[in-house]
Ligand binder design. Structure first.
Ligand SMILES: *[C@@H]1O[C@H](CO)[C@@H](O)[C@H](O)[C@H]1NC(C)=O
Ligand SMILES: *[C@@H]1O[C@H](CO)[C@@H](O)[C@H](O)[C@H]1NC(C)=O
Ligand SMILES: [Zn+2]
Length: 428
């Protein structure tokens, strides 16, 4: 959608710290405003209606936020720019397709979605700036990881596995019992593959905190090691804070100069370039020029491959939708041990008391998408591989307000008991 993006760059309301932003990215860059943008939810009940909707989406270059299937209908959530709202209304009415407006003005929701910055008081009390009442910038997150590594050396190792396109470090936190010499089976968790899904790094850092700083959770380290990468796509994450709240991809320069970034979750090297991917650098699902073209997916996959004999469970955190997704995602195809994977996922989500999750095959619940990290992890022999789409189910979508961070994290954490118990039984 080159035209849309170019239009979006014109007007701006800047909320993040502008001095930090301009230093890093150059003074020409302006924040994207979503004033007047809406999110519509459209339900179609037949193949004919679905086809019509696809035509309308393509003709008006509308961005699909989410597309999910139920037994009787397909629900599509769309980001609708102000200039196409009137014509879309006419087209849908003509086609007799019903729609509802889920978010009336994106700008307002973005403005109210994050708590205001005030970390100076935290910093002096705790030695770091991290908490779970707001979505933090990368400096706070990385500051916290460094704080943990120096404060809890018997439990924490901070591993720098490479650098992002814009030269930010890529960190994996290993949480383990350093005085134990036994090689243990391990759980991998990553967050922040997609920049705008802010609840994902928030949960990943919460999990790190629980495992490292809460003595009651020490048992989780007895038989299992943890590798947690809270922000796999730090360039995109920072860009989503400073310039475009809805940025999804990496920030690498592509062959099309006005469209940057590759979808890291279409860039992993299994069935790369298949269904649900794009060759267009302006697309939000652009697959890149080759598998692992992005330094972020390259470094991550190399690290995981090096530990493939001990990592028994791969968990990647995304939003939104409240679903536990099981490979394969490249198409509606089921691994031979799918029932084992399904059983463990069901058992994990049964621990949730506040949020209800769907569990099932990724391509069947949503749509086929090749080059995902979960498929790749499964393909290299990690038996349990999952994508969790966190809250919500669409009321705010990617713009989940910060007041939801703690409820989401607290509800999620007990599921790790289930995963750890299973992984502890597996041979390294
Ligand atoms: C941040 O908190 C400190 C200490 O509580 C306070 O003195 C300061 O005014 C606050 N700053 C802002 C911008 O709210
Ligand atoms: C860590 O390992 C040591 C040596 O095996 C053991 O004595 C200790 O209890 C372990 N701590 C935890 C929390 O598992
Ligand atoms: Zn995602």
């Amino acid at each position: 959608m080159p035209t849309l993006l170019v239009l979006l760059m014109v007007s701006s309301v800047f909320t993040a710290d502008p001095s930090a932003a301009t230093e890093e990215f150059g003074i020409d860059e302006k924040a994207v405003s979503y004033s007047g943008f809406q999110v519509w939810s459209i339900t179609v009940r037949s193949n004919g209606e679905h086809k019509l909707l696809r035509q309308i989406i393509e003709q008006y270059d509308v961005e699909v936020w989410k597309e999910q299937k139920t037994d009787k209908a397909a629900i599509t959530e769309l980001l609708v720019a102000p200039q196409v709202q009137r014509v879309l209304k006419v087209k849908l009415t003509e086609a007799d397709i019903s729609y509802g407006i889920k978010i009336n003005d994106l700008h307002t929701v973005i403005e109210n979605g994050n708590a205001k910055h005030n970390t100076s008081s935290l910093n002096t009390k705790t030695g770091h700036s991290m908490d779970w009442t707001k979505y933090h910038r990368l400096a706070d997150i990385y500051g916290y990881l460094n704080y943990l590594a120096s404060t809890y050396p018997s439990r924490v190792e901070l591993i720098n596995i490479g650098t992002s396109y814009e030269k930010r470090p890529l960190y994996v936190v290993r949480i383990f019992n350093r005085s134990s010499s036994v090689v243990k089976p391990a759980v991998w968790i990553d967050g922040g593959i997609h920049a705008r899904e802010w609840i994902s790094p928030a949960l990943a850092t919460y999990i790190i905190r629980q495992l490292v700083e809460v003595p009651a959770n020490e048992a989780l380290l007895c038989n299992v090691d943890w590798f947690i990468m809270p922000v796999m796509n730090p360039d995109g994450y920072e860009y989503s804070h400073a310039f475009n709240r809805l940025w999804r991809k990496t920030r690498s320069v592509t062959s099309w100069t006005s469209c940057r970034g590759v979808d890291p979750n279409r860039n992993f090297g299994y069935k790369w370039g298949g269904l649900g991917t794009s060759t267009n650098p302006c697309s939000d699902v652009y697959k890149g020029t080759r598998a692992f073209s992005e330094p972020e997916t390259f470094a991550t996959s190399n690290f995981i491959k090096g530990k493939a004999s001990s990592i028994k469970l791969y968990l990647t955190l995304h939003s939104y939708g409240q679903a536990a997704l099981i490979p394969w995602g490249y198409n509606v195809v089921y691994p031979s041990d799918y029932s084992d994977m399904l059983e463990l996922a069901k058992s994990a989500v049964s621990k949730f008391t506040k949020y209800r999750y769907r569990v099932g095959n990724a391509a069947a619940i949503y749509y086929p998408a090749a080059g995902g990290s979960d498929d790749w992890a499964k393909s290299i022999g990690i038996k349990y591989s999952y994508t969790f789409e966190l809250s919500d189910t669409g009321a705010y979508g990617f713009l989940l307000p910060a007041s939801n961070i703690l409820p989401v994290c607290q509800d999620f954490f007990p599921a790790l008991d289930v995963f750890a118990a299973k992984v502890a039984t597996m041979k390294v």
